[in-house]
Ligand binder design. Structure first.
Ligand SMILES: [Zn+2]
Length: 109
């Protein structure tokens, strides 16, 4: 156990996966770390086996339709949903409003 293997022992499981992803060329199948633009907390974006891509729900762009690289954490996404004026204002797409409603009741609790 020396070199990079010893070094990797210092990481927690999710961090370890992300570190391996960072060092390898492909991030396929591994979570990626992001920083929420609202609360500035770091969080993990999971890999979605079904879509074979990182979960879109944490891309703010997906919701507001504007081309930005902003990421939003689950807690802030939930707050967005419950803050109705902001919710109506931000998400114009009716289908996406329904998708977020689904996320909040099924996944985010
Ligand atoms: Zn947040």
């Amino acid at each position: 156990m020396k070199g990079k293997f010893k070094e990797l022992k210092d990481y927690a499981d999710e961090e370890l996966l992300a570190e391996i992803a960072r060092r390898s060329k492909s991030k396929k199948g591994l979570p990626i770390k992001a920083k929420c633009f609202r609360c500035f907390q770091e969080f993990w974006i999971k890999w979605n086996q079904t879509t074979q891509a990182h979960s879109k729900k944490n891309d703010y762009e997906y919701w507001d339709g504007k081309s930005t690289k902003k990421k939003i954490c689950n807690a802030c996404l939930k707050n967005l949903y419950y803050n109705k004026p902001v919710f109506w204002n931000t998400i114009k797409d009716l289908k996406k409003r329904k998708i977020l409603a689904g996320y909040v009741s099924n996944i985010l609790g």
